[in-house]
Design a protein. Sequence first.
Length: 115
Amino acid sequence: MKKILVNLSSIIAGFMVFLPLPAFAQPYAPLNIDLYPIMTGDGANVINIAIWKVVWWLVGLASALAVGYLVWGGIQYIMGNAEQGKKAIVNAITGIIVIILSFVIIMTIKSWLGA
């Protein structure tokens, strides 16, 4: 019975590895979203661009830290420290939700200001 399961899992693994190869999908076309306004030489526009670049950088940094903390909580949970791991995972997910909401708020303010 064990030999049959090993052979069956080998066959399934082979299908999973070699079946996707013929699927030559089209390359990914990025969305054409203008995140930064076009620079026209106006000093206020340069400041606007700088502010948005700093905002995007901070959102990216916060996202990376939250995902890292989520991974750390998962490692703690797996290694046997379940109580601290659960707290870290809940805090990381809360942080990710706050980051997503801040992103929505920033984009809403940006659309209201017409930037």
